[in-house]
Design a protein around this ligand. Structure first.
Ligand code: SF4
Ligand code: SF4
Ligand code: SF4
Length: 375
């Protein structure tokens, strides 16, 4: 997922991932959710009949050889609080000596649930908080004003609990002016980090909510400045492959510990959907992203399957990327964004990269680049 992560505590900094080694597994426990966020990247799955991930599939994943290298198990959905087997699934993780992380919209929690999750071995909670304004929550997230109040109360309670607490927002036009305040609110509330996700929906849906990329870069500059003044820790993680080409990056790279990461899809992360399919990308469950099915195959076989390998080396089939000297590290940027907004499906150029290329004088989008032998 493309993101900018502002760390407020210097004691928790992830190491860089090693390509080809599975490090993070995102587990959609259920496709049920009480909210209806307009940008929802699980939109398709939320339209399907309710499904809850079978416990034996979680067990199967945990028993795979690959599980030994997985550092983070992220339990998500839908809303994990609506998963009908949550206590049993947490017990399974505990049996394997693992403390998963849970991503929640926070509106269905209570102090009792938070304590129970902590007691069952949950390591950290990620709250989605897109706005501090209840009206915007109603409009953008489809929740009620009381739900928004509950979310803030639960967040406050969780910060005092033994859990590590992080917060994230999806950047959209309705909340773009608030992001700086949300970041400051998070810092003052004592959360560990604040993550901003550019809105990349899984469908061409509600596109009017998307903040255009040049504006995102301007906002980033403003946020970096605010973060720099606010937080004694100056460690930022940016997972927007083309960000290194921006003037914002050039301006801040020596003032902040700006760490650039590349797309994780099938490189070091994957997601298990609530019906047991395995997707390369955590934001997608459409067919081109599906690399296997846990109901049929084991995770070890899926990771080295033909489909997984093909996805991993997709960038070699994108004309612009084949000709790009940065392709061994960038590996084609974001395939989700590219397939949504490009004209060549999974093999389209990442639109953020296209933005930078269109500013290069020599770039002519109508002329295909010459193909070199980078592979
Ligand atoms: S393709 Fe990669 S960068 Fe894009 S949303 Fe998926 S995991 Fe994130
Ligand atoms: S809380 Fe998450 S799963 Fe639920 S509608 Fe919002 S983005 Fe989708
Ligand atoms: S051309 Fe492809 S590999 Fe090169 S920077 Fe752009 S997206 Fe990355």
């Amino acid at each position: 997922m493309q993101k900018i992560k502002f760390r407020f505590k210097g004691d928790h900094v992830d190491s860089f991932a090693q390509l080809g080694t599975l490090r993070a597994v995102f587990v959609d426990l259920t496709n049920c959710c009480n909210l209806r966020c307009k940008y929802c990247f699980n939109y398709r799955s939320l339209q399907a009949p309710p499904s809850h991930l079978a416990l034996d599939l979680i067990e199967k994943a945990l028993r795979s050889k690959l599980a030994a290298s997985v550092r983070d198990w992220f339990l998500s959905g839908g809303e994990p609080a609506l998963y009908d087997r949550l206590p049993e699934s947490l017990a399974l993780f505990r049996e394997h000596g693992l403390g998963p992380k849970i991503a929640t919209n926070g509106t269905l929690l209570s102090p009792e649930i938070i304590d129970m999750w902590a007691g069952l071995g949950v390591r950290s909670l990620q709250f989605s908080l897109d706005t501090l304004d209840p009206e915007v929550h109603v409009d953008l997230n489809g929740g009620g004003k009381r739900g928004h109040e509950t979310l803030l109360r639960n967040l406050e309670y969780a910060v005092q609990s033994p859990l590590r607490v992080v917060v994230s927002s999806v950047l959209t036009k309705p909340n773009k002016r608030e992001i700086k305040n949300i970041m400051a609110f998070c810092f003052e509330s004592g959360v560990d980090s604040y993550t901003l996700y550019p809105n990349v929906p899984s469908e061409r849906l509600n596109q009017e909510l998307i903040v255009p990329f040049p504006e995102l870069l301007e906002l980033t500059d403003e946020l970096f400045s605010a973060y720099s003044a606010l937080s004694p820790s100056k460690v930022l993680d940016v997972t927007i492959p083309c960000f290194a080409k921006s003037s914002t990056y050039a301006k801040w790279k020596d003032r902040l510990a700006l760490r650039l990461h590349y797309c994780a899809a099938a490189q070091y992360a994957l997601k298990i959907t609530s019906d047991g399919r395995v997707s390369a990308c955590i934001c997608q469950d459409s067919d081109p992203f599906i690399i296997g099915d846990l109901r049929r195959d084991g995770l070890d076989d899926i990771w080295i399957s033909e489909k997984a390998r093909a996805f991993r080396s997709l960038y070699r089939e994108i004309p612009e990327c084949r000709a790009c000297p940065e392709s061994p590290v960038c590996r084609g940027g974001c395939r989700n964004n590219a397939s949504l907004f490009g004209s060549n499906g999974l093999r389209s150029l990442d639109p953020y990269c296209r933005y930078f290329k269109s500013r290069e004088e020599s770039f002519d989008p109508t002329v295909p680049p010459s193909i070199d032998r980078t592979d």
